[in-house]
Design a protein around this ligand. Structure first.
Ligand code: ADP
Ligand code: ZN
Length: 727
């Protein structure tokens, strides 16, 4: 009897064998529905020699229920799923789930009816008048129109009955518009043209071609990789018949509004977005369009990497140095690294675009594996800003203040000149710590080893790890003393309060994930800044990316030392990247801007490198230090976290892991020790760190080790290969 091996979407199960019913022709990649116990689940037919499966006699074999009428999963994606599971030591079902994240997309949808405002009679109820005004030309379902019109669905249905809203039949799977590579071709600078041509040529040849597009802030990297996208759009003879697809990965989807506007200006329409905030119908439409090849350019967050592209030709990782590309939960993959792997498997081009390439990336260039494309100057002759430090030891801000006199003076000068400024402090909220003056209590999260952060905008104390929050108490929760709680240290809200006191004329906008939480908010901010309704932006790392404000002339870094404290191996690098990135927001128009760094250590190498634009020197020293210690990318790390609600069971498991730690030449296991975040969401946590020579089979060694240790059901052991988070 013909049988197939199916990788099933069921945690803890790998591949299972099924009988192929008469009349069904199945091959690897086909997406199928199969029985499992009393129900059915989704799976993908796989090459039988890739997964082991339990032997089942023909007579006992159950049959595949049906094949879904969607394109088969390509061999490229199947190999990527295998690689990701093996490399990050994740269950195959967990990786497969990222590729099949929209079960509803497997079935073609019936048509739906949407409505749009038609003839509006003169006499209307006030409710209908208001709704009609708000709806304007918008089209949507009854539910969507009710939301936009600010009325009940009943009112909308009434308007349909009265003939005010015209029904329109739409296919929910309508193909997205096709970007036109010739819509508005820019005139590139010589440097840009050279880089763009290299990328476009590689896209045309269908070979694995990894590029690092290393251009200073404002050099026009986007315009360069847009030419790569144009080449992919033109692939296979023009946009009527071509299918070449591009994936652009961005670190922060909320910030893509300006990017989307630029894309539309260049290609005449929007790309297909992919992120966790899509509505169900948008997700299924996007998934199907990616699989059919109709979605020609996808812009998305990490998970867009595992979509079933029909004909992927180019992957762009924008702001490739961003550590947010590393996924912290579930399958703990690094999207930059998986992007390169997908490009290698598919035999296509991949562009890592960044002003501050990561050391891992630089070393690949040095090893000759990646091609470096450099844009050393800003586009259009704009100059890089002048950078200077303010020594906080000699210029301390007054008590309870965070801005030194020279910085306040520079803010005032900039304001008087009619120009805009930006203050950067990578701390949300008002104050990171609330302390009781009478008993010394520091208010902590009941579920995490972390202080609660005061947010004045919401009047609450909030845990930034688990989301727990309470109103700011009137009495100390420990000693009940009244009026004894004092906020310690600054967050962006507190800096804004100080500015309101010392520079009351400045119109300030806060830019944090609390205020800019949607693309619409980001777009409104851009409009306000461009219209000069804002004099000063105060923001967290959210302001360091993507924005281009020509009249922003001054950037002040409130605490340049912040990221260096208690640092892991990348603290220096991350701080350098962040400050270089935020500095790059200054003076992007005709006039050069300036940057002031408040620091207690202006003589430190990192500060000198920022002032002198000596990235090469800084990175050379950091790279040497990593090489000497055998740290990534010269050696390998894996973090192992043991967690659970039962503290004793966690400690016992961690100890038995420690006792049975593997021994090998070039391998060291550190720990177990309580994690810096010793408790997270009510779970106790212990850590071990594995440090290995590059030549060792790290995953194999860890797998064998974990197999030999009994883990009680209440305890979870997670492995983080190439960790970025050491908390
Ligand atoms: P980067 O991403 O390297 O920091 P951008 O891509 O944001 O730089 O480009 C900086 C600015 O220069 C943008 O406003 C962009 O529109 C403009 N620009 C870059 N290249 C060109 C070009 N070839 N023609 C016109 N404008 C350009
Ligand atoms: Zn918490």
């Amino acid at each position: 009897m013909p049988r197939v091996r199916v990788l099933v979407l069921q945690h803890g199960l790998g591949a299972l064998d099924y009988a192929v019913p008469d009349g069904l022709d199945l091959g690897p990649g086909d997406i199928v529905e199969v029985p499992l116990g009393p129900r059915t689940i989704v799976g993908v037919v796989w090459e039988a020699d890739r997964w082991a499966a339990r032997e089942v006699a023909d007579a006992k074999l159950r049959a595949v229920v049906r094949r879904f009428d969607v394109p088969a999963m390509t061999a490229g994606l199947r190999r990527l799923i295998e690689w990701t599971g093996a490399y990050y030591m994740a269950p195959p079902a967990a990786v497969l789930r990222m590729a099949l994240s929209v079960p509803s997309a497997l079935v073609a949808a019936a048509g739906v009816i949407e409505y749009r405002l038609g003839a509006v009679p003169d006499k209307l109820t006030p409710q209908r008048t208001a709704a009609a005004e708000r709806l304007g030309g918008r089209q949507g379902s009854v539910r969507e129109l009710a939301r936009h019109g600010g009325v009940s669905e009943g009112v909308i249905r009434g308007m349909v009955k009265a003939g005010m809203l015209t029904p329109i039949a739409v296919s929910p799977d309508a193909a997205p518009p096709v970007p036109d590579p010739d819509f508005a071709q820019p005139v590139l600078s010589y440097e840009q043209a050279v880089a763009a041509e290299d990328i476009a040529r590689a896209v045309g040849t269908r070979d694995f071609a990894p590029f690092v597009l290393d251009g200073v802030t404002g050099s026009g990297k986007t315009e360069v990789y847009f030419e790569g996208i144009a080449a992919a759009l033109r692939a296979d003879g023009g946009r009527e018949t071509g299918t070449g697809q591009t994936l652009v990965l961005v670190p922060e989807i909320a910030l893509t509004a300006p990017w989307l506007a630029r894309f539309a200006a260049r290609f005449g329409c929007a790309p297909t977005p992919w992120h966790s905030d899509l509505r169900g119908s948008e997700r299924r439409r996007a998934w199907r369009a990616v699989a059919s090849g109709d979605a020609r350019v996808v812009v998305g967050a990490r998970s867009a990497l595992f979509l079933p592209y029909a004909d992927l030709r180019l992957i762009v990782v924008d702001e490739a140095h961003e550590s947010s590309f590393k996924q912290d939960e579930g399958v703990q993959y690094h999207a930059r690294d998986v992007a390169v792997m997908r490009a290698q498997i598919e035999g296509i081009a991949v562009v890592l675009a960044t002003a501050t390439p990561a050391i891992e990336t630089r070393v690949q260039v040095a090893r000759g594996r990646y091609t470096e494309l450099k844009l050393p100057t800003r586009f259009g002759g704009a100059q890089l800003p002048r950078v200077a430090t303010i020594d906080l030891r000699t210029n301390p801000p007054p008590r309870g203040h965070w801005l030194s006199l020279p910085l306040v003076g520079a803010l005032r000068e900039t304001f008087v000149a009619g120009e805009q400024s930006l203050l950067f402090l990578n701390r949300r909220g008002y104050a990171p710590l609330t302390l009781c003056r009478s008993c010394g209590e520091r208010i902590e999260c009941p579920q995490c080893t972390a202080w609660l952060v005061e947010h004045r905008l919401t009047g609450r104390l909030q845990c930034h790890h688990c989301g727990y929050n309470v109103p700011v108490p009137k009495l100390c929760p420990a000693c009940a003393a009244p009026d004894s709680l004092v906020p310690c240290g600054p967050g962006v809200e507190r800096v804004a309060e100080e500015v309101a006191r010392v520079l009351p004329d400045l119109r300030v906008a806060l830019v944090t994930s609390d205020t800019i939480f949607s693309p619409a908010r980001a777009a409104a901010l851009v409009d306000a800044v461009e219209a000069h309704e804002i004099d000063l932006l105060i923001g967290t790392q959210l302001v360091t990316k993507g924005y281009h404000f020509p009249d922003l002339m001054l950037v002040g870094v409130v605490d340049a030392d912040l990221g260096l404290a208690g640092g892991d191996l990348r603290a220096g690098e991350r701080t350098f990247q962040q400050i270089a990135q935020v500095s790059g927001r200054a003076g992007r128009g005709a006039k050069p801007g300036r940057v002031l760094l408040q620091t207690h250590q202006p003589e430190a190498r990192i500060m000198r490198a920022l002032v002198d634009y000596d990235a090469e020197g800084f990175y050379a020293a950091e790279t040497d230090a990593r090489r000497d210690l055998g740290l990534p990318p010269f050696g390998r790390l894996a973090g192992i976290v043991v967690s659970g609600e039962d503290e004793a069971a966690v400690a016992a498991t961690a100890r038995s892991l420690g006792r049975s730690a593997p021994q090998a030449d070039g391998l060291a296991v550190l720990g177990p020790a309580p994690a810096p975040l010793a408790m997270l969401r009510g779970r106790h946590r212990q850590r071990l760190l594995v440090h290995a020579r590059r030549s060792l089979d790290l995953q194999g060694i860890i797998a064998e080790w974990l197999e030999g240790v009994a883990v009680p059901a209440s305890v979870r052991v997670t492995v983080d290969i190439d960790p970025y988070n050491f908390l």
